[in-house]
Design a protein around this ligand. Sequence first.
Ligand code: NAD
Length: 554
Amino acid sequence: MSALPGARPVRANRGTTLTAKSWATEAPLRMLQNNLDPEVAEDPDNLVVYGGTGKAARDWKSFDAISRSLIDMEQDETLLVQSGKPVGILRTHEWAPRVLIANSNLVGDWANWPEFRRLEAMGLTMYGQMTAGSWIYIGSQGIVQGTYETFAAVADKRFGGSLAGTLTLTAGLGGMGGAQPLAVTLNGGVALCIEVDPHRARRRVETRYLDIVADSLDHGVELALRAKAARTPLSVAVIGNAADIVPELLRRGVDVDIVTDQTSAHDPLWYLPSGVSLEDWHDYAERKPEEFTDRARDSMATHVEAMVGFMDGGAEVFDYGNSIRGEAKLAGYQRSFDFPGFVPAYIRPLFAEGKGPFRWAALSGDPKDIYATDVAVREMFPDNEKLQRWMRLAPEKIAFQGLPARICWLGAGERHLAGVRFNEMVADGQISAPLAIGRDHLDSGSVASPYRETEAMADGSDAIADWPLLNALVNTASGASWVSIHHGGGVGIGRSIHAGQVCVADGTELAGRKLERVLTNDPATGVLRHVDAGYPEAEVAAERTGLVIPMSVT
Ligand code: NAD
């Protein structure tokens, strides 16, 4: 795709010299820049960070205006960003967020892709995905631990705690999907990944997420089966279309144990239909979006039908949060929802306890700052075995992209301890510059998404979207540095509403108080949401963390 006007390389400032007037505004500025770092973003010239068309700013003029605003703002001012465009700076107070963001939101009856694209073409909105438009994307690492935990849960459920000797078949090696091969091999397994764009596959090899790109399908299958037989971890990419190759592998009877998918199925213009070449893809999608959508959905139906075929043959099959089942259903494939989404299958008990993907980035740009936090986290939670294992593996296996960053799943009763400790480390110089501490929107209390995070809730509340809105309001009221409310992330327009928050640990006493409050209240909304839905694990977490629930039955 050709670059948007004004495109240029962007990289976050490093070190302790401020461009803005304080760290409160320097932090969002560096994180916005970092989202667009060519090491981080999938298509920075078009401001696309990840997840199909998930963007950091509406256009380059907006990017410049946001940057200028953050540079000039005082500590009692708040910038309003409407779908990637800065629309005002208002006087607030120092506990208020410095930036409030609303991305891609549409009124219910208008919330569909054709209407969204019409408004986008008029220059009125942009697709913010989850962490792209809220400036806390940290590259594939952001998803790798969640992916690792998901595959660990699959291993626990079906394969005696390890993926050794198993073969996982998946597709899509983009910003998020690129974490799959590493997550599988970290769990001891073999991954065969179908990716249509050789450039994407090679990028994963360069960043050490993928071991090898096979010369052909036969070569890929041979390598994968040999490694499976030898119980040696290996990840192999095969270049081709998943809608052709997944059914072909089923037809050949290849012995696959686990099947999932992370193509950008949530947006049919970003799933390449069978029979369309890589070169023609975006031009065709732009010229004939309706025809392209129909063809993409038909291909997804073929792809999902093959996944169901593997399930019928005994494989563990799950939807990895990209809406491919919903799209296949729209094409008329009736068994689309025969296999579950990954949240009800593996993640819900963690969400019920308020656990989710906590992350932080070193604004200094110095990896040593992250290594210091790695040690601190291990010291803080010595009894959490899974966390200990992850925090040992991550520094060894994860290549940083852009500003050094780390992710680990922490929950209610834990996150505020980490946040306050990190702030103390900034204050006493163990860390050389402030940290931005945030999380994915895919979290326990911050999202309503009936095909993903809130699929099959115990009380049927899958589509109730009050919870993410309450979450954003609570974080605004508690002192977060920037807060965002988005629509359509992960699973596409019309299918989700979600919220994000980021806090700055700048070593000041005020930052410590804000961190304590936000990182207590933010995961608490996840516990409350799951108590309300009737999850016993949530009741226990509420009791443990001392939450006050006016209508609690216990
Ligand atoms: P991306 O757009 O960066 O990458 C998608 C990849 O799929 C691209 O490399 C593309 O070439 C490839 N692809 C498209 N059609 C294909 C086909 N027919 N066959 C083979 N490859 C094909 O997207 P991403 O950031 O990697 O996200 C992938 C999906 O996962 C999105 O739908 C996203 O919303 C979803 N997602 C899931 C989670 C989660 O936690 N499970 C989190 C974030 C995003």
